[in-house]
Write a protein of this length. Structure first.
Length: 205
């Protein structure tokens, strides 16, 4: 199943900002996930995403993941298709007014959510979001990073796997943010971007 992404957008004073979530490196077992693992794009800011099982509805999988990992409730009919190609599918949606970023971060720090995918979350202007993507060296010395790497090693995960996971490509997030910048809007709803459709019909990126 293709990876599905949800761009949560906050519009204020004419500026569109996207919610990016800092992915944990060592993902502990929870009620939502039975086994520990090293998170794909761990340490990086990501657009919330999920990969369901074959036959799953990608949109419903994504809505469930955002609820489990960030506590944000999204109605299925609020989703606006942004990109749909052979590699991934992405929707955009207005960040609900009740989804206060400080409250989300407080609950993340307390481990309140069913999924422990994320360390923190932040809002970035779309044009500024590119600069924070990828494995940022400035984060490497933060206590949560060194602690999670040590826990992953202690759990039996090799350094090669950890390095591969934290350096996983962030190109999908780059494409999605670029599409958000150029996508037309109708009643504050992003619609399918013709440029994205043309790319998906090409070489399959």
């Amino acid at each position: 199943m293709r990876r599905a992404h949800l761009a949560l957008i906050s519009d204020s004073a004419g500026t569109s900002r996207i919610l990016l979530a800092r992915k944990n490196i060592y993902l502990v077992p929870t009620d939502a996930y039975q086994f520990a693992t090293v998170g794909r794009n761990g340490i990086q800011y990501v657009i919330p995403n999920c990969t369901g099982q074959p036959g799953d509805d990608a949109a419903l999988c994504l809505i469930g993941e955002v609820k489990k990992s960030l506590g944000v409730t999204i109605a299925p009919d609020a989703l606006n298709l942004l990109t749909d190609n052979t590699d991934f599918v992405a929707w955009s949606v207005a960040l609900p007014a009740a989804a206060d970023i400080d409250s989300i971060n407080r609950e993340l720090s307390l481990g309140s959510f069913a999924s422990r995918q994320y360390q923190s979350a932040a809002l970035f202007a779309l044009e500024d979001a590119f600069a924070v993507l990828g494995n940022q060296e400035s984060v490497h010395g933060e206590p949560w990073v060194t602690q999670q790497v040590a826990r992953a090693v202690a759990a039996g995960f090799g350094e090669a796997l950890i390095n591969r996971r934290i350096n996983a490509s962030h190109s999908m997030f780059t494409w999605i943010i670029a599409d958000l910048i150029v996508a037309p809007a109708v009643d504050n709803k992003a619609v399918a971007n013709p440029a994205a459709i043309a790319r998906s019909a090409g070489s399959g990126r």
